[in-house]
Design a protein around this ligand. Structure first.
Ligand code: DX5
Ligand code: ZN
Length: 229
């Protein structure tokens, strides 16, 4: 993975057909997705359950590019090696998931992955200040995690504060929740480069009719890149 600040669209397979993840990942990649965002939920840290490392391992051969795994689980540390073995490129843990985010981020990098830290809407930018030198990605949640299809919560001032905090470091700012062509320009302008989108990518299409996936990805990208022109 080489670092750059270009806009990257990361479809969340939370909005895909759960019986067909391999084909769904291949379809959105063929339609222009940059990363694939994989939401792991435990029914404890968040009020919903999805899947774990075995499913990630099954999906991995169907993804050519970056597998971006977002852990909404607590605890995190006992499962880090399992997600490394499953082939995660980026592994993101929530700062709210436990008292030892520093140890968790060390362990993620120690297992050979890029380390991400996620912040819930109620958590300030300052919560990651002391770990800024040990992360590759900061995920700003623009919904309360647990479900797709929720209404976007404006976190513009937090994104700007993080962008300033990051300075020249090679750290991505990822936005997760309610991203669509209307909200993408706000977050791109504030300094985000990785845009996760579930419902706004998968709506209207299917593996048998993947064209809408491409149209959706292109509209989000054009809206985000439009802030620079
Ligand atoms: C929410 C997840 C998101 C979610 C985004 O807990 O982390 O990745 O799938 O879905 P949309 O784009 O539909 O808000
Ligand atoms: Zn997510």
């Amino acid at each position: 993975m080489t670092f750059d600040r270009s806009i990257k669209i990361a479809p969340s397979i939370l909005a895909a057909d759960f019986a067909n993840f391999g084909a769904e990942c291949a379809a959105v990649e063929a339609q222009g997705a940059d990363w694939i965002h994989v939401d792991v939920m435990d029914g404890h840290f968040v009020p919903n359950i999805t899947f774990g490392p075995a499913t990630c391992a099954a999906i991995r051969p169907h993804i050519k590019g970056v597998m971006d795994v977002h852990l909404m689980i607590a605890p995190v540390d006992p499962y880090i090696q399992a997600f490394a073995d499953a082939g995660a490129d980026v592994l993101t843990a929530h700062v709210e998931a436990g008292p030892h985010i520093h140890r968790t981020l060390q362990a993620i990098r120690g297992a050979g992955m890029k380390a991400g830290v996620a912040l819930n809407p109620g958590t300030p930018a300052a919560a990651v200040e002391e770990v800024i030198g040990m992360v590759d990605l900061i995920c700003v949640m623009t919904v309360n995690p647990g479900f797709g299809g929720q209404k976007f919560i404006d976190m513009t001032s937090k994104i700007k504060a993080l962008r300033t905090m990051i300075g020249d470091r090679s750290v991505h700012i990822e936005i997760d929740g309610g991203v669509d062509p209307t909200t993408a320009p706000l977050v791109a302008k504030a300094g985000a480069d990785v845009l996760v989108a579930g419902s706004a990518v998968f709506r209207g299409g299917s593996v048998d009719n993947p064209g809408p996936y491409g149209e959706n990805i292109r509209s989000i990208r054009a809206a985000a890149e439009g802030v620079w022109t």
